[in-house]
Design a protein around this ligand. Sequence first.
Ligand code: GAP
Length: 507
Amino acid sequence: MGTLSAPTLEEITRLCISRGFIFPSGRIYGGLAGFFDYGPLGAEMRLEVLNDWWYYFVRRRDDIVGIYGSIITHPRTWEASGHVDSFIDYLVICKRCGLEYRADHLLEDSGLEVKELTAEYLSEAIKQYGIKCPKCDGELSEPVPFNLMFSTYVGPKQTKANLAYLRPETAQLIFTNFRDICITARLKLPFGVAQVGKAFRNEISPRNFTFRAREFEQMEIEYFVNPKKLNDCPYWDEVREVRVNILSAEMQERGVKDAKTITLEEAFELGLISTKWHAYWIAESLKWLWRIGLRKERLRIREHVKTELAHYAVQTFDVEYYFPYMGWKEIEGISNRTDYDLKRHQEYSGKDMSVLDDETKVIPHVIEPSFGLDRVILALITDAYRIIGGRRVLSLHARVAPIKVGVYPIVTKEPFVRKAREVYGMLKERFTALYDEKGSIGRRYARADEAGVPLGVTIDGQTLEDDTVTIRFRDTREQIRVKIPALTQKIAEILDHWDEYSTSHNT
Ligand code: GAP
């Protein structure tokens, strides 16, 4: 079985558009750079991914609750968080054609390593390597800081007093609501608060389809721990043996390019991950990404080198996925934010942010696993893209496939159509299902394979004789026969045990 799984970005973009996963927003007007709309399949897939995330990180656990915060946020939030002063990228403008670029991206695109994100460093590097406008070869301006937050005005007056920001991360809503959440949910340390929602960043150069967008969705957890108990993780035994591909800051400083595979216990003992709680959240993040089908060898954790660290973090590991068309890229950041945010909000609001633990008042420290939903979806689609025996198949894990089962009459004639509609009516009560009677059965299977539908149910001649149908497996094309009264149960069992039923995920 020939399997190719190194699609180009163009192939992924084409598939997403032609199958109705994701469209550039405002396509009829030429598109709006950095904005995307999810189509019929994408909308279902987005729900599957976020619902599984919510199940895995919130509902399944006793120590995490969820919130759902507003998008336009009190401006003081972002003064306190440091985003007004520090949430910047460096912009350079071509003096000839006026095109704008992110300075560090220009250097990276020329194959250079960006060691520092400061105006001085970027300016020096642009001069030293003679970097010019990629479009017209024009001279570039000096790098200037550019704040990525989108702003708006609240109410009719467009004055400074009415200025507000669209949140650039969902996390701050957890910090600003911290007191109310603790009281209403009667939480005791250690505990976490989760949130899924939109974030907005006025990226200088949005690119690589949904990977760098201006409007995107985050799935974030702030996990609060007593600062004296950063290594008291009651779940340590569950994760200590988990093996991770790790590229530490120290390895990168030595020029090492490839990650090494070690257990989390080894990573902690070697001092590569500074606290057990941080290591625990790395493990849980990876376990979820594996659970939804991403290949282990295409995931690694890379520590931020000092100059990359966000203003709030003392240690950050990015979970990176290997996109064949971009290389290793961040799909999640896991940061140790210490008590930075709660202390800043305490200072700016004058409200006490401490909680009682062991009869002592403490301001908790925070470990923050922060996933980008759109990047996870892009990684899933990329990972699932296969050419199997000449067929193009989107080999999505059943857990995240937008449609679980297709129903087909073998020919578009009575009584096959009536029977197939009956079966479809029964199955869609339980699963997201599609009914397709257009074109040859081969064409219908091919369409469903590209849409990632894991199972196909076909009503054929034998159905009329013995009330059985075939279930066809997307990846292997194997078929089994099942009695119609047992069909719902059988499909539920297959979907629930997809890893055992599907062999393709081992390829
Ligand atoms: N609260 C921490 C935080 O926002 P981040 O690393 O800036 O950290 C977290 O963002 C995640 O959000 C990233 O790992 C990525 O998946 C996603 N993300 C960030 N910027 C994005 C963009 N411009 N387009 C799509 N996703 C983005």
